[in-house]
Design a protein around this ligand. Sequence first.
Ligand SMILES: C[S@@+](CC[C@H](N)C(=O)[O-])C[C@H]1O[C@@H](n2cnc3c(N)ncnc32)[C@H](O)[C@@H]1O
Length: 363
Amino acid sequence: MASVAPNPAASPEEELLTKTPALTVQEAATSAELPPHRSHDPQFNMKRTDPFQFGSRYLQESDDVFEFNAWDHVETDDTYKEYAEQQYAMQRESPVSDFDKRRFNSDPAKWWNLFYKNNTANFFKNRKWLQQEFPILDKVTAEDAGPVTLLEVGAGAGNTAFPILASNKNPKLKVHACDFSKKAVEVMRSHEEYNTDFMQADVWDAASNDLPPGLEEGSVDVVLMIFIFSALSPIQWEQAVRNIYRVLKPGGEVCFRDYGRGDLAQVRFKGGRYLAENFYIRGDGTRVYFFEKNELAQIWAGASTAPEDEVEAEDTTKEVTESEAKQPLFDVEELGVDRRMLVNRARRLKMYRCWIQGRFRKK
Ligand SMILES: C[S@@+](CC[C@H](N)C(=O)[O-])C[C@H]1O[C@@H](n2cnc3c(N)ncnc32)[C@H](O)[C@@H]1O
């Protein structure tokens, strides 16, 4: 992972605060690991002299936690972990009813359509940090990169695709931005920077049996998946991974970022939101899963199947034979947990964010 990206909060609720017990903060990085500009030498100390910059504030024992509003790579401590476990236990005690499970699982696109109807394209923050996190994006947008096909899965309002196009210098780049929400696709198509010379926005369900419109097997160089995999039900993972595998060229790369287990968005879910382990329904009817790093490695290497719990079956999912499922699909080139502690200084609250970011390469 290059460094830490700005807070890619994916819903307004994630901007809210969570009340956690008063916590002791563990030191995240030893000074030996820190480059000089992150040291406490007042001459170089970025914490005190530089404007706010993500990826540069490493909490140390002598720091006043409430001096700044974000710290990078902070491990949660035992108190928070205990609090999180209590929350999970409470959530499990009060799961979503079977009736509502069917309501939310039978047509998930409907809830995302409503979401995009109720929110503008500016709702998600523009993901300008992507190029820094995924250097392949710099390569494919370079002037002399030649023909490149980039597929964004679950592109939403285009907050990833449009910033990429804005900095693109490659006349032969084509971005296919797909989402299963018709409303999201409408939002992208009506964007003032939507230019069909470089971009094609289409409706496509990543967990269906089809490939995205206009794309053949083995035709894509790079796939981007930013906070989309968490929107799938665990029983859809395998099919989605298989579709990405099919559409990618051999050696093609997947750039991935999503929610990690223990993220504050998970910990603060109240009762009545639990669909299955680590899988929840938000207040707006959209679903969200929180991943463990090893779980993702298994899924993308092709070794995993959905956890065996009460996840509802959905009719969009294709049967995958056992031999297919065990085939290794991707090399996990990079997979890291990105943690950040956010601090509300006025209310002296600490909040922990956790994201997982990785790159997978088609064998
Ligand atoms: C949290 S949003 C992220 C949007 C965008 N990637 C971004 O980062 O701004 C998740 C997106 O995934 C889409 N999505 C959910 N399930 C999908 C599926 N099965 N196939 C395609 N898109 C899906 C939703 O409609 C939504 O736009």
